[in-house]
Design a binder for this molecule. Structure first.
Ligand code: URA
Length: 266
């Protein structure tokens, strides 16, 4: 969807920085993803014009340095000695364009070092606003699900505590799924996050973390089956947002919660 520059998108003299940002965020939430000028642009005429080259550039093309987003993410993640430096490294990581549309970097909630770590997909609107994962409707259901097996992200004891993060720390535009290339560049951070948080078990909430960690989709088949990734036992589960849309599936979610509780009791 486009928005006409010069209308409501324009930055007139009365608009301060904060108001401009709020207006831009509102337009982005409404689905605006391109800004259009008042005057039509004839793209054919533009591309027909010969490109002027300086004598130097026509003889000697400037060397192109290609960034490798995955290698850069790996180097930054591996250099992070603790969770705080990992968060800092992610906050300055330049390659993932999801960051451009997000208000916050949603890093984690809960207790680092908890026995259970939950890996979700990506922040939604409420998470982006509050800077914490799983605080919207799906998050509230997640809290109730965890409480049913005596787990709590606010607990002080490590046995009851939970640590929560997402594959993407940035809210994707219109809550779309993170793309495969975005997941690939975020994975080194996720892997390091798991290594630094040192959970005993990792719960993958929904398809995106299954794709990211297990390289497999199909959560309705994967759910409830223990597997291993990054040297940690991993349990895929139905995402609470899915359960809100399909309440009948809560039966399976309950079976998976019991499975998790049994594992923790061992
Ligand atoms: N859904 C997720 O996967 N993560 C959140 O933080 C919120 C909703």
């Amino acid at each position: 969807m486009g928005c006409k520059a010069g209308y409501d998108c324009s930055m007139n003299g009365d608009l301060d920085w904060h108001l401009a940002r709020v207006m831009l965020e509102w337009q982005s939430e409404m689905g605006v993803d391109v800004s259009m000028g008042e005057q039509p642009v004839d793209r054919f005429a533009v591309s027909a014009e010969p490109v002027k080259q300086s004598p130097a550039s026509s003889q000697e093309p400037a060397p192109q340095i290609q960034a490798d987003p995955v290698a850069d993410a790996r180097a930054a993640a591996e250099a992070s000695a603790d969770l705080q430096s990992l968060q800092q490294a992610m906050s300055v990581y330049p390659h993932c364009e999801l960051r451009l549309g997000a208000r916050s970097l949603v890093f984690c909630d809960g207790v680092p070092g908890a026995r259970v770590m939950i890996l979700g997909e990506a922040p939604g609107r409420d998470e982006d606003r509050q800077g914490k994962p799983f605080v919207g409707r799906a998050g509230q259901l997640l809290d109730r699900m965890l409480a049913a097996i005596d787990l709590d992200r606010r607990a002080s004891s490590k046995d009851q505590a939970v640590y929560i993060t997402n594959v993407s720390p940035w809210r994707p535009p219109q809550n779309r799924d993170p793309r495969a290339d975005e997941i690939a560049m975020l994975m080194p951070f996720v892997e390091r996050h798991i290594a630094l948080a040192k959970p005993e078990v990792l719960v993958l909430m929904g398809n995106t973390p299954c794709q990211a960690v297990l390289k497999r989709r199909g959560i309705t088949r994967l759910r409830g089956q223990w597997t291993q990734a990054f040297d940690v036992p991993v349990l895929p589960m139905l995402h609470p947002a899915y359960l809100l849309r399909n309440p009948a599936a809560k039966r399976e979610a309950w079976a998976d919660l019991l499975e998790l509780r049994a594992r923790l009791a061992q």
